[in-house]
Design a binder for this molecule. Structure first.
Ligand code: KG4
Ligand code: ZN
Length: 330
Protein backbone atom coordinates (compact mmCIF):
# COMPACT_ATOMS: atom_id res chain seq x y z
CA UNK A 1 0.00 0.00 0.00
CA UNK A 2 1.31 3.46 -0.89
CA UNK A 3 0.28 6.35 1.36
CA UNK A 4 0.83 10.07 1.20
CA UNK A 5 1.41 11.42 4.73
CA UNK A 6 0.82 15.04 5.75
CA UNK A 7 1.67 16.67 9.08
CA UNK A 8 1.03 20.34 9.85
CA UNK A 9 0.39 20.01 13.58
CA UNK A 10 2.74 22.79 14.66
CA UNK A 11 5.32 24.92 12.84
CA UNK A 12 6.98 22.33 10.55
CA UNK A 13 5.36 21.37 7.25
CA UNK A 14 5.96 17.73 6.36
CA UNK A 15 4.86 15.56 3.43
CA UNK A 16 5.93 11.93 2.98
CA UNK A 17 5.34 8.94 0.76
CA UNK A 18 5.38 5.55 2.45
CA UNK A 19 5.11 2.21 0.72
CA UNK A 20 4.13 -0.24 3.48
CA UNK A 21 7.01 0.37 5.90
CA UNK A 22 9.42 1.63 3.27
CA UNK A 23 9.99 5.41 3.34
CA UNK A 24 10.07 6.63 -0.26
CA UNK A 25 10.14 10.34 0.68
CA UNK A 26 9.96 12.27 3.97
CA UNK A 27 10.22 16.03 3.43
CA UNK A 28 10.28 18.38 6.40
CA UNK A 29 10.32 22.15 6.06
CA UNK A 30 11.20 24.13 9.20
CA UNK A 31 10.58 27.85 9.19
CA UNK A 32 13.24 30.15 10.58
CA UNK A 33 10.80 33.04 11.04
CA UNK A 34 9.77 31.72 14.49
CA UNK A 35 13.36 31.98 15.71
CA UNK A 36 13.17 35.79 15.59
CA UNK A 37 10.22 35.71 17.98
CA UNK A 38 11.62 33.10 20.37
CA UNK A 39 8.67 30.74 19.84
CA UNK A 40 6.07 29.59 17.32
CA UNK A 41 3.83 32.37 15.93
CA UNK A 42 0.66 30.45 14.94
CA UNK A 43 -0.37 32.79 12.12
CA UNK A 44 3.06 32.58 10.46
CA UNK A 45 2.95 28.79 10.80
CA UNK A 46 -0.47 28.57 9.09
CA UNK A 47 0.62 30.86 6.24
CA UNK A 48 3.73 28.75 5.63
CA UNK A 49 1.68 25.53 5.60
CA UNK A 50 -0.85 27.01 3.16
CA UNK A 51 1.96 28.11 0.86
CA UNK A 52 4.04 24.93 1.03
CA UNK A 53 1.59 22.03 0.99
CA UNK A 54 1.04 21.90 -2.74
CA UNK A 55 4.70 22.28 -3.86
CA UNK A 56 5.89 19.89 -1.14
CA UNK A 57 3.33 17.27 -2.20
CA UNK A 58 4.55 17.53 -5.78
CA UNK A 59 8.16 17.27 -4.64
CA UNK A 60 7.45 14.29 -2.36
CA UNK A 61 5.69 12.40 -5.17
CA UNK A 62 8.51 13.27 -7.55
CA UNK A 63 11.28 12.11 -5.20
CA UNK A 64 9.33 8.94 -4.36
CA UNK A 65 8.95 8.35 -8.12
CA UNK A 66 5.19 7.86 -7.88
CA UNK A 67 2.22 9.75 -9.30
CA UNK A 68 -1.02 10.70 -7.57
CA UNK A 69 -2.73 7.76 -9.28
CA UNK A 70 -0.36 5.30 -7.53
CA UNK A 71 -1.52 6.36 -4.06
CA UNK A 72 -3.91 4.15 -2.08
CA UNK A 73 -4.30 6.46 0.89
CA UNK A 74 -3.92 10.04 2.12
CA UNK A 75 -3.04 10.11 5.83
CA UNK A 76 -3.19 13.44 7.64
CA UNK A 77 -2.82 14.67 11.22
CA UNK A 78 -6.14 15.96 12.57
CA UNK A 79 -4.92 16.73 16.12
CA UNK A 80 -3.65 17.57 18.64
CA UNK A 81 -1.72 20.72 17.72
CA UNK A 82 -2.26 24.34 16.72
CA UNK A 83 -5.76 24.50 15.31
CA UNK A 84 -4.96 26.89 12.45
CA UNK A 85 -1.99 24.76 11.40
CA UNK A 86 -3.96 21.51 11.60
CA UNK A 87 -6.78 22.97 9.53
CA UNK A 88 -4.36 23.81 6.69
CA UNK A 89 -3.22 20.18 6.36
CA UNK A 90 -6.65 18.69 7.00
CA UNK A 91 -8.46 20.92 4.48
CA UNK A 92 -5.74 20.26 1.91
CA UNK A 93 -5.92 16.48 2.44
CA UNK A 94 -9.71 16.46 2.29
CA UNK A 95 -9.66 18.47 -0.94
CA UNK A 96 -7.08 16.15 -2.47
CA UNK A 97 -9.08 13.09 -1.40
CA UNK A 98 -12.33 14.51 -2.79
CA UNK A 99 -10.78 15.51 -6.09
CA UNK A 100 -8.81 12.29 -6.61
CA UNK A 101 -11.12 9.70 -5.03
CA UNK A 102 -8.22 8.42 -2.87
CA UNK A 103 -9.34 7.40 0.61
CA UNK A 104 -8.58 9.70 3.54
CA UNK A 105 -7.39 8.53 6.95
CA UNK A 106 -6.97 11.02 9.79
CA UNK A 107 -4.28 10.32 12.36
CA UNK A 108 -3.68 11.42 15.93
CA UNK A 109 -0.27 13.12 16.12
CA UNK A 110 0.71 11.27 19.31
CA UNK A 111 -0.16 7.94 17.74
CA UNK A 112 2.05 9.09 14.84
CA UNK A 113 4.99 9.47 17.26
CA UNK A 114 4.34 5.94 18.55
CA UNK A 115 4.48 4.72 14.95
CA UNK A 116 7.86 6.44 14.44
CA UNK A 117 9.19 3.71 16.74
CA UNK A 118 7.32 0.93 14.94
CA UNK A 119 8.43 2.25 11.55
CA UNK A 120 12.05 2.00 12.70
CA UNK A 121 11.64 -1.33 14.48
CA UNK A 122 8.88 -3.28 12.65
CA UNK A 123 9.53 -6.39 14.74
CA UNK A 124 8.80 -4.63 18.03
CA UNK A 125 5.61 -6.13 19.45
CA UNK A 126 3.37 -4.70 22.20
CA UNK A 127 3.49 -4.40 25.11
CA UNK A 128 6.13 -1.68 25.16
CA UNK A 129 6.50 1.77 26.67
CA UNK A 130 7.09 4.95 24.67
CA UNK A 131 8.84 7.95 26.17
CA UNK A 132 7.65 10.87 24.04
CA UNK A 133 9.75 14.00 24.63
CA UNK A 134 9.25 17.05 22.46
CA UNK A 135 8.65 20.79 22.69
CA UNK A 136 4.96 20.21 23.37
CA UNK A 137 4.83 16.80 25.05
CA UNK A 138 6.52 14.83 27.81
CA UNK A 139 4.64 11.59 28.21
CA UNK A 140 5.06 7.96 29.13
CA UNK A 141 2.74 5.80 27.06
CA UNK A 142 2.07 2.14 27.74
CA UNK A 143 1.32 0.53 24.37
CA UNK A 144 -0.69 -2.44 25.62
CA UNK A 145 -1.71 -3.66 22.18
CA UNK A 146 -2.34 -2.26 18.70
CA UNK A 147 -4.42 0.94 19.14
CA UNK A 148 -4.64 0.30 22.89
CA UNK A 149 -2.74 2.93 24.84
CA UNK A 150 -2.51 4.03 28.43
CA UNK A 151 -0.94 7.33 29.38
CA UNK A 152 1.02 6.44 32.50
CA UNK A 153 2.84 9.73 32.98
CA UNK A 154 2.63 13.29 31.69
CA UNK A 155 4.09 16.65 32.53
CA UNK A 156 2.39 18.64 35.26
CA UNK A 157 3.62 21.92 33.77
CA UNK A 158 6.24 22.58 31.04
CA UNK A 159 7.32 19.98 28.50
CA UNK A 160 10.99 18.92 28.65
CA UNK A 161 11.86 20.49 25.27
CA UNK A 162 9.96 23.65 26.15
CA UNK A 163 11.99 24.09 29.37
CA UNK A 164 15.28 23.53 27.51
CA UNK A 165 14.17 26.00 24.81
CA UNK A 166 13.25 28.65 27.39
CA UNK A 167 16.58 28.39 29.26
CA UNK A 168 18.39 28.33 25.88
CA UNK A 169 16.58 31.53 24.95
CA UNK A 170 17.92 33.21 28.12
CA UNK A 171 21.41 32.22 26.93
CA UNK A 172 20.68 33.78 23.52
CA UNK A 173 20.67 30.46 21.68
CA UNK A 174 17.65 31.20 19.44
CA UNK A 175 14.59 29.00 18.97
CA UNK A 176 14.34 26.08 19.24
CA UNK A 177 17.44 25.98 21.44
CA UNK A 178 17.69 22.21 22.01
CA UNK A 179 20.23 21.44 19.26
CA UNK A 180 22.45 24.41 20.30
CA UNK A 181 22.27 23.42 23.98
CA UNK A 182 23.47 19.92 23.06
CA UNK A 183 26.24 21.31 20.85
CA UNK A 184 27.69 23.86 23.28
CA UNK A 185 27.45 21.44 26.23
CA UNK A 186 30.22 19.43 24.55
CA UNK A 187 32.67 22.18 25.66
CA UNK A 188 31.66 21.96 29.32
CA UNK A 189 34.36 21.14 31.90
CA UNK A 190 32.42 21.87 35.06
CA UNK A 191 28.63 21.39 34.64
CA UNK A 192 26.35 23.49 36.84
CA UNK A 193 24.55 21.32 39.41
CA UNK A 194 20.80 21.82 39.05
CA UNK A 195 18.06 20.01 41.01
CA UNK A 196 16.60 16.92 39.34
CA UNK A 197 12.78 17.28 39.45
CA UNK A 198 11.04 14.57 41.45
CA UNK A 199 7.24 14.85 41.67
CA UNK A 200 5.54 11.73 42.98
CA UNK A 201 4.22 8.95 40.74
CA UNK A 202 5.19 8.75 37.09
CA UNK A 203 4.49 12.35 36.12
CA UNK A 204 7.06 14.93 35.07
CA UNK A 205 7.68 18.52 36.07
CA UNK A 206 10.00 21.02 34.41
CA UNK A 207 8.97 24.47 35.58
CA UNK A 208 11.09 24.23 38.79
CA UNK A 209 14.18 23.25 36.81
CA UNK A 210 13.60 26.12 34.39
CA UNK A 211 13.33 28.59 37.30
CA UNK A 212 16.42 27.13 38.99
CA UNK A 213 18.42 27.58 35.78
CA UNK A 214 17.14 31.14 35.34
CA UNK A 215 17.97 32.03 38.97
CA UNK A 216 21.44 30.56 38.56
CA UNK A 217 22.05 32.58 35.42
CA UNK A 218 20.87 35.78 37.12
CA UNK A 219 23.06 35.14 40.17
CA UNK A 220 26.08 34.13 38.06
CA UNK A 221 25.88 36.17 34.84
CA UNK A 222 29.50 35.26 34.04
CA UNK A 223 28.74 31.52 34.09
CA UNK A 224 29.87 29.49 31.10
CA UNK A 225 26.90 28.69 28.84
CA UNK A 226 28.49 25.32 28.12
CA UNK A 227 28.46 24.45 31.85
CA UNK A 228 24.87 25.63 32.26
CA UNK A 229 23.78 23.70 29.16
CA UNK A 230 25.32 20.46 30.37
CA UNK A 231 23.89 20.92 33.88
CA UNK A 232 20.46 21.61 32.39
CA UNK A 233 20.55 18.53 30.15
CA UNK A 234 21.75 16.32 32.99
CA UNK A 235 18.98 17.37 35.37
CA UNK A 236 16.32 17.24 32.63
CA UNK A 237 17.38 13.83 31.34
CA UNK A 238 18.06 12.22 34.75
CA UNK A 239 14.40 13.04 35.51
CA UNK A 240 13.28 11.25 32.30
CA UNK A 241 15.49 8.23 33.02
CA UNK A 242 14.23 7.94 36.61
CA UNK A 243 10.62 7.88 35.37
CA UNK A 244 11.41 5.24 32.74
CA UNK A 245 13.05 3.09 35.43
CA UNK A 246 9.94 3.47 37.61
CA UNK A 247 7.64 2.55 34.70
CA UNK A 248 9.70 -0.53 33.74
CA UNK A 249 9.56 -1.73 37.32
CA UNK A 250 5.86 -1.00 37.83
CA UNK A 251 4.68 -2.61 34.58
CA UNK A 252 7.41 -5.23 34.12
CA UNK A 253 7.66 -4.16 30.47
CA UNK A 254 11.31 -4.18 29.38
CA UNK A 255 11.09 -2.46 25.95
CA UNK A 256 11.28 1.35 25.72
CA UNK A 257 10.64 3.30 22.53
CA UNK A 258 11.92 6.86 22.29
CA UNK A 259 10.10 9.55 20.29
CA UNK A 260 9.88 13.34 19.81
CA UNK A 261 12.44 16.03 18.97
CA UNK A 262 14.36 15.83 22.27
CA UNK A 263 14.88 12.08 21.62
CA UNK A 264 17.51 13.10 19.05
CA UNK A 265 19.81 14.16 21.87
CA UNK A 266 22.77 11.80 22.13
CA UNK A 267 23.28 12.39 25.83
CA UNK A 268 19.67 11.39 26.54
CA UNK A 269 20.06 8.30 24.39
CA UNK A 270 23.23 7.20 26.13
CA UNK A 271 21.84 7.86 29.61
CA UNK A 272 18.81 5.71 28.78
CA UNK A 273 20.90 2.98 27.25
CA UNK A 274 23.21 2.88 30.28
CA UNK A 275 20.20 2.63 32.57
CA UNK A 276 18.79 -0.11 30.33
CA UNK A 277 21.97 -2.14 30.79
CA UNK A 278 21.79 -1.71 34.56
CA UNK A 279 18.07 -2.31 34.86
CA UNK A 280 17.38 -4.89 32.18
CA UNK A 281 15.44 -2.93 29.55
CA UNK A 282 16.09 -2.31 25.86
CA UNK A 283 15.90 1.07 24.14
CA UNK A 284 14.40 1.49 20.65
CA UNK A 285 15.47 4.90 19.34
CA UNK A 286 14.45 5.88 15.77
CA UNK A 287 16.61 7.89 13.36
CA UNK A 288 16.65 11.64 14.06
CA UNK A 289 14.48 12.39 11.00
CA UNK A 290 11.73 10.21 12.48
CA UNK A 291 11.96 11.71 16.00
CA UNK A 292 11.01 15.28 15.10
CA UNK A 293 7.59 16.00 13.65
CA UNK A 294 7.43 14.21 10.30
CA UNK A 295 4.82 12.88 7.91
CA UNK A 296 6.34 9.40 7.44
CA UNK A 297 5.18 8.45 10.96
CA UNK A 298 1.72 9.86 10.15
CA UNK A 299 1.56 7.74 6.98
CA UNK A 300 2.63 4.66 9.00
CA UNK A 301 -0.07 5.20 11.62
CA UNK A 302 -2.55 6.01 8.84
CA UNK A 303 -1.89 2.73 7.03
CA UNK A 304 -2.28 0.74 10.25
CA UNK A 305 -5.54 2.49 11.18
CA UNK A 306 -6.88 2.20 7.63
CA UNK A 307 -6.23 -1.54 7.46
CA UNK A 308 -8.12 -2.07 10.73
CA UNK A 309 -10.78 0.65 10.72
CA UNK A 310 -11.14 1.71 7.05
CA UNK A 311 -11.23 5.29 5.75
CA UNK A 312 -12.23 8.41 7.69
CA UNK A 313 -15.25 10.52 6.87
CA UNK A 314 -14.63 13.80 5.14
CA UNK A 315 -16.50 15.72 7.85
CA UNK A 316 -13.98 14.82 10.59
CA UNK A 317 -12.83 17.97 12.48
CA UNK A 318 -9.43 19.09 13.73
CA UNK A 319 -9.00 18.90 17.52
CA UNK A 320 -6.54 20.17 20.09
CA UNK A 321 -6.68 17.43 22.71
CA UNK A 322 -5.74 13.81 22.08
CA UNK A 323 -8.30 11.13 22.87
CA UNK A 324 -6.26 8.06 21.95
CA UNK A 325 -5.95 7.29 25.67
CA UNK A 326 -9.72 6.90 25.90
CA UNK A 327 -10.01 3.95 23.57
CA UNK A 328 -8.73 5.39 20.34
CA UNK A 329 -11.63 7.22 18.70
CA UNK A 330 -10.28 9.03 15.54
O1 KG4 B 1 9.00 16.77 18.06
P1 KG4 B 1 9.43 18.17 17.74
O2 KG4 B 1 10.12 18.41 16.43
O3 KG4 B 1 8.23 19.17 17.76
C1 KG4 B 1 7.31 19.28 18.79
O4 KG4 B 1 7.62 19.99 19.78
O5 KG4 B 1 6.23 18.66 18.65
O6 KG4 B 1 10.36 18.64 18.96
C2 KG4 B 1 10.94 19.92 19.03
C3 KG4 B 1 11.72 20.00 20.33
C4 KG4 B 1 12.23 21.40 20.63
O7 KG4 B 1 11.98 21.69 22.00
C5 KG4 B 1 13.72 21.27 20.36
O8 KG4 B 1 14.52 22.16 21.10
C6 KG4 B 1 13.96 19.84 20.76
O9 KG4 B 1 12.85 19.13 20.26
N1 KG4 B 1 15.22 19.29 20.20
C7 KG4 B 1 16.28 18.94 20.96
C8 KG4 B 1 17.27 18.51 20.06
N2 KG4 B 1 16.78 18.60 18.79
C9 KG4 B 1 15.51 19.09 18.90
N3 KG4 B 1 16.45 18.95 22.29
C10 KG4 B 1 17.65 18.53 22.76
N4 KG4 B 1 18.64 18.10 21.96
C11 KG4 B 1 18.51 18.07 20.62
N5 KG4 B 1 19.51 17.66 19.84
ZN1 ZN C 1 5.22 16.03 17.65
Amino acid sequence: MIALGIDTSCDDTSVAVLEDSNIRANLISSHLVHSEYGGVVPEFASRAHAMLLYPMTRLALESAKVSLGDLNLIAVTSGPGLLGSLLCGLAYAKGLSLASGIHLRTVDHLEGHIYSVLLSYPDLEPPFIVLLVSGGHTELIHVRDSFDYEQIGATLDDACGEAIDKVGKLMGLGYPAGPAVERIALESKNPVKLPVPNPCGMDFSYSGLKTAARNYLEAHPETSHADLSLGLMDAAFDHLVARVERAVEALAVPNIGLAGGVAINKRLRSKLEESGKRNGFKVFAPLASLCTDNAAMIAAAGIARYITYGPSNLDIPAYDRSSIWEGGKV
